[in-house]
Design a protein around this ligand. Structure first.
Ligand SMILES: Cc1cc2nc3c(=O)[nH]c(=O)nc-3n(C[C@H](O)[C@H](O)[C@H](O)COP(=O)(O)OP(=O)(O)OC[C@H]3O[C@@H](n4cnc5c(N)ncnc54)[C@H](O)[C@@H]3O)c2cc1C
Length: 440
């Protein structure tokens, strides 16, 4: 499904309740009442669709990238919260109950406690949910505990919101809209159930074990996993997976890491892990043989659909090398004749991962490997500083490189500046693939 179709499907679903309400052809109320109801319908539909933007569905993440999915999840949740906050305050009709002649409740709003309490509860919970998601790092909550809380309260918001619409809504009393709410709620909860219960159950048949854990650069480790099952694990170079190491298959203790190995390199998967927090700081202590679970693959940082690109530029910052190394290894193994350039930025030489292998790939596959260091050692002859516009212009400013495929992975600031420069150089946005390791 192309990305445009995803956006169109999204709009279709979130606007469907408004369309169904309008299609009932009821006599209009005051514009403020209609606006209040419209915002409520929109907010509820958006909340229900949020469950499909968990970054766990390959059909979605392979089109736009998990970082984009998660970012839109965050932004759309904030928009839904804004609509929901306004919703109760815009009503101007204060008649309740409706007079006997007013069977369609044209002149009255349902203020009965029976209809109101689920709405108030959903409203308060949604606010708390979004505020806690924004202030997650400051809250001191462990990421895994926050995720559990987030999932459970989101399910409660969805259920209470639908209950409120069915009990208090003028338009939701109609059977078509009531069915739509019921259907969306079931699908939303099913998505949650699939991610946290069904998928782990299926994964039980595909256990992995830690094969090696080795330091490869400053505070960076190479972790390899080998499958304990027969069926091949299919993935594309550049994708990522959620790793759960040493926990129950149902545990929420899982973290996303890019696959640095190439599919043609055998059944083992390699991950490059930078020490950063709770899990990654302890990576070097994981004993070989530990059981592991791999959820995935996911992501859009792959060459699929870009077979016609005349050349491939890989631009990495730090551990962002991981998915790009997978791509480079795959291209080399396949003997792909297209020219490749790797621009790899680090602070100092001790942070370069798999430097010897990169030098080898340069010799055997002809990849132009450009190391950029902001704190170079004495005698360094390569570029210094950061991956900036001048460096990119010198490498990719030629017209024949405009149609190359540019694959980017690294810190958000680096990605933004590289993307801007490439676009200034005339590279079409569709030829730029980028993925960041943080969702904020
Ligand atoms: C698509 C993707 C690919 C990634 N690939 C790599 C890679 O190849 N190599 C690498 O070193 N790092 C990679 N990361 C980053 C890596 O997932 C985090 O560094 C790691 O999860 C941090 O966990 P922690 O417990 O050590 O740190 P914590 O101190 O617990 O967390 C630090 C921050 O990491 C993020 N984080 C923590 N746990 C999770 C989680 N379960 N899911 C999502 N984010 C989380 C949160 O933003 C948190 O604030 C990738 C991230 C993403 C989203």
């Amino acid at each position: 499904m192309p990305a445009g179709l995803l956006v169109a499907s999204y709009l279709l679903v979130v606007l469907a309740p408004l369309g169904l309400a309008w299609a009932r052809g009821l006599a209009p109320r005051s514009p403020w009442d209609e606006l209040a109801t419209g915002l409520g319908l929109l907010a509820l539909a958006m909340i229900l669709v949020e469950f499909f933007q968990l970054g766990r569905f390959r059909a979605v993440t392979s089109r736009v990238g998990s970082d984009v999915v998660m970012r839109s999840h965050q932004l759309l949740a904030r928009a839904a919260l804004a609509f929901a906050v306004l919703h109760p305050f815009l009503y101007v009709s204060d008649r309740d109950p409706a007079p006997a002649w007013d069977v369609t409740r044209q002149t009255a709003v349902d203020y009965t406690w029976h209809g109101l309490w689920p709405g108030i509860a959903a409203w308060l919970l949604l606010g708390a949910l979004v505020v806690l998601a924004i202030g997650r790092d400051a809250s001191g909550l462990r990421y895994q505990h926050w995720r559990l809380l987030h999932g459970l309260s989101a399910a409660a918001v969805a259920g209470l919101g639908v209950l409120h619409a069915l009990r208090a809504g003028r338009y939701s009393a109609d059977s078509a809209l009531a069915w739509l709410w019921g259907g969306l709620l079931v699908l939303a909860l099913a998505a949650l159930l699939y991610v946290y219960a069904v998928a782990p159950l299926l994964r039980r048949r595909r256990p992995w074990r830690v094969a090696t854990v080795q330091p490869v650069a400053e505070r960076t480790w190479s972790l390899t996993l080998e499958p304990r099952f027969r069926r091949p694990f299919r993935y594309r170079a550049g994708e990522f997976a959620w790793l759960n190491i040493g926990h129950s298959v149902f545990s929420l203790d899982e973290n996303p890491f890019s696959i640095a190995s190439a599919p043609s390199g055998g059944p083992r998967l390699e991950f490059l892990v930078k020490e950063l927090g709770d899990f990654t700081n302890r990576i070097g202590q994981i004993p070989p043989g530990t059981r592991a679970w791999v959820e995935g693959p996911q992501g859009h940082l792959t060459l699929k659909g870009h077979e016609d690109a005349p050349g491939i530029a890989l631009i990495a910052g730090g551990v962002g090398l991981a998915p790009l190394l997978g791509i480079l290894r795959e291209l080399a193994a396949a003997g792909d004749p297209r020219p490749t350039v790797l621009i790899y930025g680090n602070r100092h030489a001790g942070q370069i991962i798999h430097g010897a292998e990169l030098a080898d790939l340069s010799r055997t596959h002809g990849t132009e490997v450009v190391h950029v260091l902001s704190e170079p050692p004495p005698g360094w002859t390569g570029p210094t500083g950061v991956i900036d516009a001048d460096l990119l212009r010198a490498r990719f400013g030629r017209p024949d490189r405009r149609d190359w495929l540019y694959v980017l992975c690294g810190p958000p600031a680096m990605l933004r500046s590289v993307e801007d420069t490439l676009i200034t150089l005339g590279v079409p946005p569709a030829r730029i693939l980028s993925e960041q390791f943080v969702y904020d």
